[in-house]
Design a protein around this ligand. Structure first.
Ligand SMILES: C[S@@+](CC[C@H](N)C(=O)[O-])C[C@H]1O[C@@H](n2cnc3c(N)ncnc32)[C@H](O)[C@@H]1O
Length: 450
């Protein structure tokens, strides 16, 4: 893929900014404050481009991968890995930059959104299939999967409409276009449910509590009225039509028949030393409920084994529910600073201490696996924020940096960016705290891990 003059200029500017940041970091070794929105202005935006095809909690600021992809010289077609790919922000930007995207995520909805973004579509065929779905929709029988508490979240009429859309998609859409149609169906599910649209985790709108909804209270309640008459087919048509448009941009990037997306960052099906560049934002300890936020979609898409969320949650690093065996595991993380802090946390809240300990142990496994797959001299961009655990500051960036260093990475650069647009964070309880600024590390793999 040849590069346009504008792209070349943009890359030159990014390379020069990165050199400047290296110089500032080397001069005194402390983290350099940056504003990624100013460092490299985003030309795609997140709503018009494929990033807008489906909401996802804690999406990465698109300017971060765009900056590093422009600033670090790469060979066209070489691998770009995001082991915690979420909605595929990094991998999609990498594909647009001509790299071969490889990802993993424990949440099947995240894998579907990523796949939809990375699968090229044919505009005419996709539009024809959309017409066929809309023609079949009023005529077919509904396919209603086992959705947990379906009657609580959807009226009988809406369930019937969603079930008929599901049948019509299954009958009319080819394998190539299924991801973009399934993602559009999933976005429709959330749009026509009784869930409050302002929150990432589903919470049913309650008209008796309108006073608690603040300034947007009236709008939220009016939504309930609209749901009684909503035309589910029209909502689906509009979302799918827009998503087809958004996904066309990929035609200009690196295209694969079947993108490689694994399900666990701790066991990637990749050869040793096969990856030269990884960019990732791992989950936070207890800060986000990715699986619960996806629950309605997972149910309607039939992506929950035996209609249960627990098996998916068990795979998620940073989860809040531990098994009895996990709760009784011996204490210790192998990281002295973390163990000291966990001793303090255990005094305040033993369960929170266990959750944080488990998080660090599982992130250790993920970083060890990442180190195995990365080439000597490979670069890892790690984006991670601190949070509070039981009211105490939990310096996740420092801990993950130390663990990565124990697996043969050396810190080349530490940047700090404030995150005012990372959206959809949920405040778990009064002591969990929100993430206000995040660290962006550039690490280089310099030796084999411990
Ligand atoms: C901060 S989010 C990534 C967001 C992503 N960068 C985006 O822009 O959408 C972290 C992701 O890690 C995933 N995750 C948690 N445990 C995992 C595991 N064991 N293996 C792979 N992914 C996991 C979560 O499902 C979540 O999607």
């Amino acid at each position: 893929m040849s590069m346009s003059v504008t792209q070349q200029k943009r890359n030159d500017a990014a390379e020069s900014s990165l050199r400047d940041l290296f110089a500032r970091f080397e001069s005194d070794g402390s983290a350099v404050e940056v504003n990624f929105r100013q460092l490299l202005s985003s030309d795609g935006g997140t709503s018009k481009s494929a990033h807008g095809i489906h909401p996802y909690p804690a999406k990465l600021l698109v300017n971060i991968p765009q900056f590093f992809l422009a600033a670090i010289p790469t060979v066209a077609g070489s691998a770009l890995l995001d082991p915690f790919c979420g909605s595929g922000t990094v991998l999609y930007e990498g594909a647009l930059a001509g790299l071969r995207p490889i990802g993993s995520d424990s949440n099947p909805l995240a894998r579907l959104i990523t796949q939809a973004k990375l699968t090229p579509i044919d505009r005419e065929v996709a539009r024809r299939q959309l017409d066929e779905v809309m023609a079949a929709y009023p005529l077919v029988s509904p396919t209603i999967p086992d959705v947990v508490n379906r009657d609580y979240w959807f009226s009988e009429r809406i369930s019937d409409c969603l079930g008929r859309l599901k049948t019509a998609i299954e009958c009319s859409v080819s394998a190539q276009h299924r991801p973009v149609f399934d993602v559009s169906f999933s976005a429709t599910v959330r749009r026509v449910s009784y869930a409050d649209p302002r929150l990432s985790v589903p919470v049913k709108i309650n008209p008796d509590r309108s006073a608690r909804y603040g300034a947007k209270g009236d709008e939220v309640i009016r939504r309930l009225g609209r749901l009684a008459k909503i035309d589910v087919g029209a909502v689906f048509w509009s979302i799918t039509n827009q998503n087809i448009q958004r996904c066309l941009e990929l035609g200009q990037g690196f295209v694969l028949d079947q993108p490689e997306i694994f399900s666990d960052a701790r066991s990637l099906g990749l050869a040793d030393a096969s990856v030269g560049l990884a960019i990732t934002s791992p989950p936070y300890v207890g800060a986000q409920k990715y699986v619960r936020a996806s629950s309605l979609s997972l149910g309607w898409l039939g992506l929950t084994p035996d209609c249960k969320l627990r098996p998916i949650e068990q795979q998620s690093i940073g989860r809040e529910h531990l098994t009895a065996k996990e709760e009784l595991a011996p204490s210790g993380t192998g990281l002295a600073e973390a163990d000291c802090l966990l001793d303090e946390i255990v005094e305040r809240n033993p369960l929170r201490a266990r959750i944080a300990q488990r998080y660090l142990l599982e992130m250790r496994d993920a970083l060890s696996e990442l180190s195995r797959t990365m080439r000597h001299d490979g670069r890892l961009i790690l984006v991670v924020g601190p949070n509070l655990v039981a009211g105490l500051e939990f310096p996740t960036p420092l801990f993950l940096q130390k663990i990565a260093e124990s697996f043969g990475f050396s810190t080349q650069l530490h940047l700090i960016d404030s995150i005012d647009s990372r959206g959809l964070m949920t405040k778990r309880n009064r002591t969990a705290g929100l993430i206000q600024q995040e660290s962006v590390f550039l690490l280089k793999r310099v030796r084999a891990g411990a």
